[in-house]
Design a protein around this ligand. Sequence first.
Ligand SMILES: NC(=O)c1ccc[n+]([C@@H]2O[C@H](COP(=O)([O-])OP(=O)(O)OC[C@H]3O[C@@H](n4cnc5c(N)ncnc54)[C@H](O)[C@@H]3O)[C@@H](O)[C@H]2O)c1
Length: 448
Amino acid sequence: MATTTESRLAGLKQKIDSREALIGIVGMGYVGLPLALLFSGERFRVTGFDIEAGKVETLNAGGSYIVRILPSEIQEAQKAGFRATADYSEIARMDAVIICVPTPLNEHHEPDLSYVIKTVQSIAPWIHEGQLIVLESTTYPGTTEEIVVPLLEAGNAPGLLVSRSLDEPGVHVAFSPEREDPGNETVARHDIPKVIGGCGPAATELASAMYGAIFGRVVPVSSPSVAEMTKLLENIYRCVNIALVNELKQLTMRMGIDIHEVIDAARTKPFGFQAFYPGPGLGGHCIPIDPFYLSWKAKQFDFRTRFIELAGAVNTDMPYFVIEQIGGALNEQRKSIKGSKVLVLGVAYKRDIDDLRESPSLTIIELLREKGAEVAYNDPFFAKVGRGRHYDLNMTNTPLDNLSQYDAVVIVTDHSAYDYKAIVEQSQLVVDTRNATKGIDSPKIVRC
Ligand SMILES: NC(=O)c1ccc[n+]([C@@H]2O[C@H](COP(=O)([O-])OP(=O)(O)OC[C@H]3O[C@@H](n4cnc5c(N)ncnc54)[C@H](O)[C@@H]3O)[C@@H](O)[C@H]2O)c1
């Protein structure tokens, strides 16, 4: 039996080596689409699955809907066999399937696994013996074993089971977290080591072979839960450290000390310190959300994750702190927020990206409006901002001219396309939440 399984494993590994393995990626978003391009770049034939018909059409027409991915990159991938589909029956043709669908929080701030559950239910009827299924969506430890495996086994008519050992036939299942940092050009995606935890040694071996073809280093761990927890540790580490500098910034402002100067000095220490920077609040799909996947799971073990809760509270308060600072800055000019014209610079959650999920700008705009300000925004990445899960702004991008008409210009996202010197020169008042005006000396600037 062992020989049969070993030869089956060798068969798929050989297909990976020869690039004959067909790779299916479910979820053509910020994670799935770049991953598809990485595999295509290594001459794999990739099929992208998505439930959004518009995305499937755009990709098949050689277009892109993510700013940093050029249509030419999609067209190049098409030459290697890349195509998109909404038809799950095509899962049956795939040798490996990677799931990259959203894992948000619901309105009670609890994990919303509905996308993962729907995806697994949709692929289950089409999976086959020897196939590799990998979940990449960030989630709490236990998801792969407690949710994915039972749904795959239950939804598969011939009664295919998940393989647990080298001498056991079945479908191979693993978890491997995505570690991308959008907009970070310092590390090539290929150089970010890939952590892999399989439900059994065969799954880990196969997933390592597959990811080893596109990543410089794979890091196998003993179980999916270890891999799931690794991703959460990384994001919780960021969340807690950002909260720490956000709190210290508020203290140092009262003390008349520039926190950025302090961080720049501290980071000269060659060991034991990593720089994190304060800002207007957390944004993005990961840092504001993922830690709460663990706090939720911890309750099952009668455990309170106090660091996560405290960091969450400090970071969530930051947009309110920014509003106080805007109010204070206007007050110095004998003005109030009510009735003031305010221009918010940047709605993306961080510099130079076209993603506004959970962006603090959205909260800041809403709070300013609630307080009676007339708010406009500028962001080179967003022609308009309509409605999302947590906001309904219905605004269009305002050109960056006639800045003197605004009572305050608030820098929330420090896009590198902005000419900060010119912005300060032309504005009456600049509230800078990102230290974007570093080095510019002007009484018009309020840094917070
Ligand atoms: N964006 C990041 O920088 C980042 C980084 C690391 C990890 N992650 C994690 O990766 C996962 C995906 O995030 P993302 O940013 O790519 O999300 P996204 O919203 O950009 O993309 C998800 C895609 O999945 C599609 N989808 C949803 N349900 C589907 C289904 N049932 N079948 C097929 N397609 C479906 C959506 O239409 C969308 O195109 C999340 O768990 C996230 O936490 C994201």
